[in-house]
Design a protein around this ligand. Structure first.
Ligand code: KIV
Ligand code: ZN
Length: 512
């Protein structure tokens, strides 16, 4: 058996099912390019039948990516498969990923189908997909709660119909590692033609066991891991890419399997996903959390200074966290900026570079040195969000111990500028009230959080807001050395994401 584990990333599909994490096409394309650089083998770009927006982003990604396989998800139905193929067919290496539920509870209550009908639907879907491409993945949704022998029967039929990968999901995050590994071994031993397909696993983190279950499954013989960056995804999320990859990398003495991931790009990719989706990484998150390599206890600090391996099982540099990052300052020229952005994965047109360069100079006037995180913010805010409905053109705030907090704001709304002023409980409240009045939003602010983007007192404040309007939830993110401006940017970004959701309705969550 091969010792190479195929990394299948579903940040753009299952990851996007995290509440509030919707991404626009430009953002998805940017992430796809980063995933390719990271060394992901298969990228699940979306669920084309779910919405026009999903169709559009899958086709754009399929048209751009050259080396990585691009997969499109679809239910086991001809019309869904046609949509998936329509979107993904121009990829150099396309994959159709079709699924149907196989657990008794899903078949009875969700599908209203019996076992024979499910086998027939799976076979027809795979056969049809196989008539379009020779790269077909079949998933048995809620596989971990399915009858074992029925699961083997479905997999055998799917492989006979042409599936080249069969995926065993722990859809509701119910499995525990020994049990899941045992299921993988059972399926491998009792599916007669399993040798003709790759066995994949796809775990959710409802019990915090997604990574453990994935590693257990790999140990038992699975050779594709379905994962997301930062573990984002439906409910408690999916297996996190960085945890699986670094577990295999760090413990290769007992887990002798490899991946194609360039581990030094893990941290920049994690930052990018957080920046684009607005979902912050918890500080104690393994591998990519702010505290993952921070040693607080004196005895630990002393040990690490003497020999890092006393308390560090991997070095921060291995995952791309470097103490000596290249920094740019206000004297850096356009050429240095362009080539550094290129290294970061941004191949900008001349017009885009002009926008970024102007913003770079503005920020460099306020902040001595700019590191990758700062540049990431400039590009995300300046380029990837260019199709926004609302733009903040001007903000002036007065606040203090003896004055009523007041904000004056000029907003560009669909190309028209309007000005307004308002007050509030504090400067942020005053700013949000004024923006709300100007944009006429009916949204409610569910959450507001702020942290420093980098070290130092001149660091940019990074703000995340969560907004809700008529059942739609959107996250907004903004950064600026001035925390009131950062808050306003995050709020406006959240409002723009709500607008995007209104015009790009996606019923993915109801479908999967
Ligand atoms: O969790 C799940 O079962 C899925 C499938 C569509 C693979 O996301
Ligand atoms: Zn899933």
């Amino acid at each position: 058996m091969s010792d190479r584990v195929i990394i299948f990333d579903t940040t753009l599909r299952d990851g996007e099912q995290s509440p509030g994490a919707s991404m626009n096409t430009a953002e998805k394309l940017r992430l796809a390019i980063q995933m390719e650089k990271l060394g992901v083998d298969v990228l699940e770009a979306g669920f084309p039948a779910a919405s026009e927006g999903d169709f559009e982003s899958v086709s754009q990604i399929a048209g751009k990516i050259r080396n990585m396989e691009v997969a499109a998800l679809c239910r086991a139905a001809k019309s869904d498969i046609d949509k998936a193929w329509g979107a993904v067919q121009q990829a150099v290496k396309p994959r159709i990923h079709t699924f149907i539920a196989t657990s008794d509870i899903h078949m009875k209550y969700k599908l209203n189908m019996d076992r024979d009908q499910v086998v027939t639907a799976a076979v027809e879907a795979v056969r049809y997909a196989r008539s379009l491409t020779d790269n077909v993945e079949f998933s048995a949704e809620d596989g971990s709660r399915s009858d074992r022998d029925f699961l083997c029967r479905v997999f055998e039929a799917a492989i006979t119909a042409g599936a080249t990968t069969v995926n065993l999901p722990d859809t509701v995050g119910y499995a525990v590692p020994d049990e899941f590994a045992d299921l993988v071994r059972y399926v491998m031993a009792h599916t007669p033609n399993m040798g003709q397909a790759v066995l994949s696993v796809h775990c959710h983190n409802d019990l915090g066991l997604a990574t453990a279950n994935t590693i257990a499954a790999i140990t038992a013989g699975a050779r594709q891991a379905e994962v997301t960056i930062n573990g984002i995804g439906e409910r408690a999320g999916n297996t996190s890419l960085e945890e699986v990859v670094m577990a295999l990398h760090t413990r290769r003495n007992i887990l002798p399997m490899t991946t194609g991931i360039r581990t030094n790009l893990i941290y920049p990719t994690s930052r990018l996903v957080s920046m684009i989706t607005g979902i912050m990484v918890q500080p104690n998150k393994a591998i990519v959390g702010a505290n993952a390599f921070a040693h607080e206890a004196g005895i630990h600090q002393d040990g690490v200074l003497k020999n890092p391996m006393t308390y560090e099982i991997m070095s921060p540099e291995t995952v791309g966290i470097s103490a000596n990052r290249l920094v740019l300052g206000k004297h850096s020229g356009r050429h240095a900026l362009r080539s550094h952005l290129k290294e970061m994965g941004y191949d900008l047109s001349d017009d885009e570079l002009n926008i970024v360069f102007t913003k770079f100079k503005e920020l460099a006037d306020k902040k001595k040195t700019l590191v990758d995180e700062d540049l990431e913010v400039i590009v995300t805010e300046g380029i990837l969000r260019s199709a926004d409905t609302f733009k903040m053109e001007y903000l002036h705030v007065t606040a203090g111990t003896t004055v009523l907090p007041m904000a004056s704001v000029k907003m560009g709304i669909n190309g028209r500028s309007i000005i307004g002023a308002g007050y509030g409980n504090g400067p942020i409240d005053a700013t949000f009230n004024t923006i709300a009045k100007l944009t006429g939003t009916a949204s409610e602010l569910l959450r507001f959080s702020i942290s420093a983007l980098t070290d130092g007192t001149d660091a940019q404040g990074e703000v995340t807001v969560r907004l809700r309007e008529n059942g739609l939830v959107a996250l907004g993110k903004g950064a600026d050395p001035d925390i009131i401006t950062a808050s306003a940017k995050a709020y406006v970004n959240g409002l723009n994401r709500l607008e995007y959701l209104k015009t790009h309705p996606s019923n993915t969550r109801e479908m999967v």
